[in-house]
Design a protein around this ligand. Structure first.
Ligand code: FAD
Ligand code: UDP
Length: 369
């Protein structure tokens, strides 16, 4: 295509694809997008498996947002299938409503209860902490030790291989606690999946005469050959700088699909396993996609240490990692030929809508360059 591209974008996930689309369509720029995986959509990638079931390849991706701007933008490329995401926890030999709410509390008591009783009980159970500094304190200050041990402590240790006390308060603080009967997993006002899936949405975003996409292409292999004016980088920030300040920690994951010759395998789209088994959760996304098909596929998630040959799925939000990331952020700020955007390049535990908003903001900045 072009001899010299206006932009080289590393990564065809949300961050890279939104910027590529905006720069091509909004500013008339030529863009080359490279991704070292063999598909679009980064970790949001979904696909139809051998049995014909639409699955989320890298963990469940529940799109939710309070931002009208983000919904309006993505709606140019997809219609939506509205869903109330619901999650159960399996522990002590039974299913529990999760996140913790009045229904969970009643299951715990083994009898009907009220919001007033739950609030009065939590007031007794809560460990008073004015400003929770970590994930242990945030849960103890919301629900006390009993529910912390039942639902949070071991799941968190399995997922992060760190004690909740060694993780930022925002990690377990993501999970709401309610004293009503709202069973929804998340609280944002807009909760929906792209009607034909994420990958189809990304295809439409990137289908543009001024965008070229090269999959199975690592930036490190092409940077010497491709000519471009500005770089958008959405990969791991420490890798970009050749780990010069030391390695940032990430969590990886093994996703194991299994297909069953029946309509549904489990009672909800996601069941969490805080205290049993090596996996953290079993996801049957068919509950959410609404696909009608007589077979089903579940995906089990086994947390793994990050290392050679593994994908980095999660940054690890904690005091020590903030310090190390800060050193890379300083170097990134000095690099005027590169824009760092997205979950791995800014080392933030961001949801999809936050990454879209971040990319749209970066576009506004780049537009006026
Ligand atoms: P990514 O999707 O990671 O994209 C970066 C891309 O860059 C990758 O495709 C990678 O292959 C490519 N890349 C990196 N380095 C190079 C290189 N050197 N050369 C070429 N290509 C490179 N968010 C929600 O809102 N709701 C959810 O329910 C939810 N669930 C999640 C569950 C799991 C298990 C995970 C891991 C994440 C979840 N997320 C969820 C978060 C969501 O995946 C991210 O917010 C979003 O995908 C981040 O987009 P991104 O473009 O920043 O990064
Ligand atoms: N968490 C937990 N028990 C649960 C669900 C979540 O302890 O049953 C904690 C755990 O530390 C997890 C974090 O809360 O990593 C955030 O959970 P979420 O489901 O939002 O994680 P993600 O979908 O990003 O993996």
């Amino acid at each position: 295509m072009a001899d010299t591209y206006d932009y080289l974008v590393v990564g065809a996930g949300f961050a890279g694809s939104v910027l590529a689309e905006r720069l091509a369509e909004g500013s008339g720029k030529t863009v080359l997008v490279v991704d070292r995986r063999d598909h679009l959509a980064g970790n949001a990638h979904d696909r139809t498996d051998a049995a014909g079931v639409l699955i989320h390849a890298y963990g469940p991706h529940y799109f939710r947002t309070n931002s009208d701007k983000v919904v309006a933008y993505l709606s140019r490329f997809t219609d939506w299938h509205h869903v109330d995401y619901q999650v159960l926890v399996w522990t002590g030999g039974k299913y529990w409503q999760f996140p913790i709410n009045l229904n969970t509390f009643e299951q715990y008591l083994g009898r009907p209860s009220t919001t007033e009783e739950m609030e009065a009980t939590l007031a007794k159970w809560r460990v008073p902490v004015d400003h929770p500094k970590n994930s242990e304190e945030v849960v103890l200050s919301q629900v006390g030790r009993e529910f912390y041990e039942m639902f949070f402590r071991n799941y968190t240790r399995k997922q992060w291989r760190r004690d909740p006390s060694q993780l930022d308060a925002s990690v377990c603080g993501r999970i709401p606690v309610r004293t009503n009967r709202d069973n929804r997993f998340v609280t944002e006002k807009f909760q929906a999946l792209p009607r034909e899936g994420y990958t189809a949405m990304f295809k439409r975003m990137l289908d543009h005469p001024r965008i070229e996409v090269r999959l199975k292409t690592d930036y490190r292999d092409v940077r010497a050959q491709v000519k471009f004016h500005h770089l958008i980088y959405t990969g791991m920030i420490d890798e970009y700088f050749n780990f010069s300040e030391g390695r940032l920690p990430y969590r990886s994951m093994r996703f194991e699909p299994e297909t069953f010759p029946k309509e549904f395998f489990q009672p909800a789209m996601q069941v969490n396993y805080p205290n049993d088994f090596d996996y953290t959760r079993v996801v049957e996304i068919k509950h959410a996609t609404g696909q009608k098909i007589p077979v089903t596929t579940v995906v089990r998630e086994y947390p793994e240490d990050f290392g050679p040959g593994k994908e980095a799925y999660y940054p690890v939000p904690a005091d020590d990692t903030k310090v190390l990331y800060g050193k890379y952020a300083e170097r990134a700020a000095q690099d005027k030929k590169t824009t760092f955007v997205g979950r791995l390049a800014t080392y933030r535990y961001y949801n999809m809508d936050q990454v879209v908003a971040m990319a749209l903001t970066e576009y506004e900045r780049l537009k006026t360059r």
